[in-house]
Design a binder for this molecule. Structure first.
Ligand code: NAI
Length: 480
């Protein structure tokens, strides 16, 4: 029986390993983590992450060929294949601060693998890492190997949160990079055999190590670039009276461009896009390519611009101040169908409104009050460390209340900001919401999900990203 161990039971390690266990009954999978609460949650009915379909997969395999444990060393020692899916935060200090990836957790995992191993192993990079990390890991492993042979593979994960299980069941592709030596090719084949149990062979791409590592960063940079491109257009649409949905549709029907990922919004979020682009920027700078670095940096700048543009629009529309006004925030997660708030645009929007002394009442169906308070008081980049190592915030943000119902959040509010595209926000009783709000009642739709005509009929003043402006908003001071 092949034994797999995955270090890191997070958004990537948990779902990917659960699906491998489900699809490969002859493989024994252990997912290990240094975080005790995380492992306890994986072994309970309340899994630590929300992901449609995940509960079902875990229930089918847990205790059979899928195990969650804090006994990291034991399971690593026993494994034939070790996946490493630990955090790779952006460095906040020293060389490359604010851009380069911090490989502390990766390095300590590699040293531990070298320490406890008594048999040959394939070590698989699952975390997104800077190009050439495999080489560094290889050095750590071989210099500490005590005669054991390690083969390093890069197998970056392309799942999207919110559709992780679907993506893992039917991936567009699985990418495996390895050394171009006979041993390297043998290791690639061993991992390919695992995936081939449910993924068609022509969807399993094999490359050299560096191509696999760079492809992951490139894929995320391209995806984020599409969002920044359409968001840049949305600003121009608002200024000119064009409608960004019509423009995106017209552009996306060109088969060379395609329709996906062209929804204008308040901005992209999530743990990967910004971090991976910063990483790419740093790699370009280190390789003497400042123009290329500048090019990709712009994707992040437009994203920041889109968030501050949204805040400015809210404040400018409401007589240039939200001081003391109640603003309802519907949605805090970085997208629907996940409870993940890492780098969610809601953080910057809320901080912007708090900066103008607004009072916020926040509702998200999957995000807890504790998480929201942490997010609003944490420093940039602190989120990407194991939970028990994150600096605790000394105070909670007093002007923020978190409620468990959209009607409660909007009661007596002056304005509603929709920041996540949860389906339930499309079917709310907006007449009831309007009746219970202060007047004039504003809705700022950061995800373009509401029926604007219907809401205007009810009496709302509505702002939608990239759409022709309400007469009211046109008369308000221009926003930068
Ligand atoms: P996460 O923060 O949810 O999980 C990482 C886990 O690793 C944490 O539970 C932490 O306690 C554990 N850990 C850290 N050091 C450890 C050690 N030495 N031994 C044992 N456990 C340790 O992070 P997530 O989202 O799963 O991401 C992991 C990697 O995958 C990152 O490099 C990320 O960039 C990448 N990635 C993330 C995707 C996503 O959608 N979240 C998609 C594709 C890649």
């Amino acid at each position: 029986m092949v034994k797999i161990c995955c270090i890191g039971a997070g958004y990537v390690g948990g779902p990917t390993m659960a699906v491998i266990a489900l699809k490969c009954p002859s493989v024994e999978v252990a997912v290990v983590d240094i975080s005790v609460p995380r492992i306890t949650a994986w072994n309970s009915d309340q899994l630590p992450i929300y992901e449609p379909g995940l509960d079902d997969v875990v229930k089918k395999c847990r205790g059979k060929n899928l195990f969650f444990s804090t006994d990291v060393e034991k399971h690593v020692a026993e494994a034939d294949i070790v996946f490493v899916s630990v955090n790779t935060p952006t460095k906040t200090r020293g060389l490359g601060a604010g851009k380069a990836a911090d490989l502390t957790y990766w390095e300590s995992a590699a040293r531990m693998i070298a320490d406890v191993s008594k048999s040959n192993k394939i070590v698989v990079e699952k975390s997104t890492v800077p190009v050439k990390t495999a080489e560094a890991i290889e050095k750590i492993l071989t210099h500490n190997s005590k005669g054991i042979s390690f083969q390093i593979l890069s197998n970056p994960e392309f799942l999207a949160e919110g559709t992780a299980i679907e993506d893992l069941f039917k991936p567009d592709r699985v990418l495996i990079g390895g050394r171009e030596t006979p041993e390297g090719q043998k290791a690639i084949k061993a991992l390919k055999d695992v995936y081939a149990q449910w993924v068609p062979e022509d969807r399993i791409i094999t490359t050299n190590l560096w191509s696999a590592e760079l492809s992951k960063l490139a894929a995320n940079a391209f995806l984020a670039q599409r969002i920044s491109s359409v968001n840049a257009m949305s600003a121009l649409c608002e200024a000119t009276g064009a409608n960004v949905s019509q423009v995106a549709y017209a552009v996306g029907t060109d088969t060379r461009i395609g329709p996906k990922f062209l929804n204008a919004s308040v901005g992209f979020g999530g743990s990967c896009f910004q971090k991976d682009i910063l990483n790419l920027v740093y790699i370009c700078e280190c390789n003497g390519l400042p123009e290329v670095a500048e090019y990709w940096k712009q994707v992040i700048k437009i994203n920041d611009y889109q968030k501050s543009r949204f805040v400015n629009r809210v404040v400018a529309s409401m007589f240039n101040t939200v001081s003391g006004k109640k603003v309802a925030i519907l949605g805090f997660a970085f997208k629907k169908d996940t409870g993940d708030t890492r780098e969610t645009p809601a953080i910057d929007v809320c901080k912007g409104l708090l900066g103008d002394k607004g009072r916020l009442s926040i509702y998200d169906p999957q995000v807890t009050e504790d998480q929201i308070q942490r997010d609003l008081s944490m420093n940039k980049f602190d989120w990407d460390h194991p939970l028990h190592l994150q600096p605790m915030s000394p105070t909670t943000v007093k002007q923020v209340s978190v409620v468990w119902d959209a009607y409660e959040a909007t009661k007596d509010a002056h304005a509603v900001c929709i920041l996540t595209e949860w389906d339930e926000f499309k079917t709310l009783d907006y007449q009831r919401i309007y009746d219970n709000m202060q007047k004039p009642a504003f809705i700022f739709d950061g995800r373009n999900i509401v029926n604007v005509d219907k809401l205007r009929e009810i009496g709302f003043i509505v702002f939608s990203i990239g759409k022709p402006l309400d007469a009211w908003l046109k008369d308000m001071p221009a926003v930068a």
